[in-house]
Design a protein around this ligand. Structure first.
Ligand SMILES: Nc1ncnc2c1ncn2[C@@H]1O[C@H](COP(=O)(O)OP(=O)(O)OP(=O)(O)O)[C@@H](O)[C@H]1O
Ligand SMILES: [Mg+2]
Length: 152
């Protein structure tokens, strides 16, 4: 069981993936996850854990050149899909994000958006915000997560 809001030290990439698996246990179709944090912070690693936890098909890799990758649900009953978006290259362009039709995907999938802070919040009335941090000097990595209701 994981709290709806929390923080943690992520000593290794395995810890980051494990958090993703734990979070996935509480996710369902329609849930939006917004990942924030600098280059190499572990956003894709966390997504890999979420994918493993959901049991979706396909390998999670960095979708930088395709913007959004669809992962079909696994074979178990009630399985949901995953859409993995990397909004880095959208540069805050809301029209381009809307062109991805993520609201349709949300009917049957969990949607994870790397670099989604400030661009993806409007897709749902609440989202899980995950803030990954990496201290440049020590390389110590930490994470905070919280469900946030959309403004207005
Ligand atoms: N505790 C940790 N958590 C996550 N990644 C870690 C950790 N320690 C080391 N790493 C390494 O840091 C890198 C994180 O890469 P990842 O692609 O997940 O970052 P990202 O935030 O998605 O980057 P980008 O902004 O380029 O998409 C990987 O090479 C991973 O092995
Ligand atoms: Mg990434």
């Amino acid at each position: 069981m994981i709290d709806a809001r929390g923080h943690r030290l992520l000593a290794t990439v395995e810890d980051t993936e494990a958090l993703g698996r734990e979070l996935a246990a509480h996710l369902q179709a329609g849930d939006l996850i917004i990942l924030d944090g600098p280059l190499g912070a572990g956003k894709t690693a966390l997504t890999r854990g979420i994918a493993a936890g959901l049991g979706v098909e396909g390998r999670v890799s960095s979708p930088t050149f395709i913007i959004a990758r669809q992962h079909r649900p696994g074979p178990h009953p009630g399985a949901v899909g995953l859409v993995h978006v990397d909004a880095y290259r959208l540069g805050g362009d809301l029209d381009e994000l809307d062109a991805l039709d993520l609201d349709t995907d949300l009917d049957h999938a969990v949607v994870v958006v790397e670099w989604g802070l400030g661009v993806a919040e409007h897709l749902t009335d609440r989202h899980l915000r995950v803030q990954l941090r990496r201290e440049p000097e020590s390389d110590i990595r930490t994470v905070e997560w919280e469900w946030i209701a959309a403004a207005g």
